[in-house]
Design a protein around this ligand. Sequence first.
Ligand code: C2E
Ligand code: MG
Ligand code: MG
Length: 532
Amino acid sequence: MTALDSVSANTHLQRSAEDLLENLAHPVLLVGEDGKVEYANIAGQACLGGWILGLCFQDLFPDHLETLSISTLAREPFVLVSRTHIRFRALIGSVTRGAVLLSLFPDTSQAPALSSEGDELTGLLKRRDMNDRLDQVLSANSNSVAVHCLDLDRFKVVNDTLGHGVGDLLLRKVADRLRTACRKEDHIARVGGDEFIVVQTSVADAKDAERLASRLVDLIGRTYVLSGHTVNIGVSIGVALGEGCVVGRDLLRNGDLALYEAKRAGRGRFRVFEPGMDAALRERRELEIELRRALALKQFEVHYQPFVDLSSDRVIGFEALVRWNHPTRGRISPADFIPLAEETGLINKIGEWVLRTACTTAAGWADDLTVAVNISPVQFKADTLVDSIVSALGQAGLPPHRLEIEITESALLDNTDSVLRTLHALRNLGVQISMDDFGTGYSSLSYLQKFPFHKIKIDRSFVQSAEAGSDSEAILRAIAGLGVSLGMAITAEGVETIEQLERIRSEHCTYVQGYFTGRPVPADRINSFLSP
Ligand code: C2E
Ligand code: MG
Ligand code: MG
């Protein structure tokens, strides 16, 4: 066997091992040093409540007080009770650098974790009883059964801001509304903190199930008044139809997949399971595994797109835009993999790499050129951002004023105070801060008032449809005017034609960035944009 053969045999073996792990009937989790779930196979996701990557181990197993580590736990099986009250026997194995591999087996040795008296808070069924009833109704006539998997939207915010007392009241009210919406023959369970399952019986057809799901979305989304507070939440629902299915577990898994799609589609809605969803999830998981390896395999590259100062018509800096050169799929757009990287937490590592690469590259440019780096909202939530930036600047020898960071409004949506603290710390360092894609999100003017951004970047959708007299033109003009009065520079993104450039000029924008003035290029080609 040649050396090459042995490399490909190894790769082959690794792939087969990953496939095996992925499809193993019992749950396997990989928990990182920081206590967060880095990997869960399909069985792990299915029985622990869907998409759990990035969640804290402690949140999944709230009763487990010890920190999960090889040293603190004996290497013999121990019992874990999940947040959904399922008991497991767990076996622990070591992986490098503090990561822990856990395999879970059903715990048949003891009585059920909690008696079957129903959920104390809401009086609804618990998961275990619901599973039994589901199997019963399925064995009677599976064609007349539908399962609705519900997950409340924004419940955590209510709990965190108004306290657990109000959170509990809210859960009770939700339970009441569920009872109102369902019929007596239906079964309703609370299966997690803010997760519910409705087993609908006597379902005549798919429309029947959709009607109930739609009613639930509407009812739960109506305003609540709790201890004098007005509270608004929503619900996402995944619906799976019995249709010949005899195993409750499969139906619940389908419901979970549909729920996942409902959340991805923007929450506050329902989705009915379709067989394609399974394939779509597998595809995403494959991409996720590949994304995990991409950094180590050096498949990322940073391209740089110039921005031009309209008063001097000179390039004054470049935006760093990450590219993924996939060996078989070709170049994958950041618009396609950044959301996945954000969901899985991988954006922290990728973002850090982009930041370091961009700072090092920019340090080799003329002193008056800046580099702009996009920072994901997820990176803002980790409290290491300021340190990373200080370290990247120090290592590259780049003065802070030559770094600009771009954030989108979504970074400011939750945790506004802690994000504002981070932004102020960065501003005090001398780093410039831009509000990216302005106009596409909530466009809340209060954000502009709360933080003195150096720059507002107007999203390209307004630039590209800003014909004379259009709404976009009016918006463009209003934002440009706002920038002038607030003392913030304005960049118009996505300028592709000379006409668009002239329009931008007449609206008194400060900078322009777009294909017309320069497409993103690899680092070694930026000289073409700079005057000799
Ligand atoms: P963005 O930050 O708004 O970046 C501008 C995007 O618009 C880039 O797309 C750029 O190639 C594209 N663009 C620039 N001029 C034009 C034009 O004239 N016409 C058109 N049609 N498009 C133009 P790209 O590189 O595909 O990146 C998409 C988004 O992905 C970025 O939007 C940013 O939100 C995100 N992204 C890219 N790199 C990173 C990164 O390193 N970290 C993070 N967190 N996000 C990144
Ligand atoms: Mg940007
Ligand atoms: Mg943008």
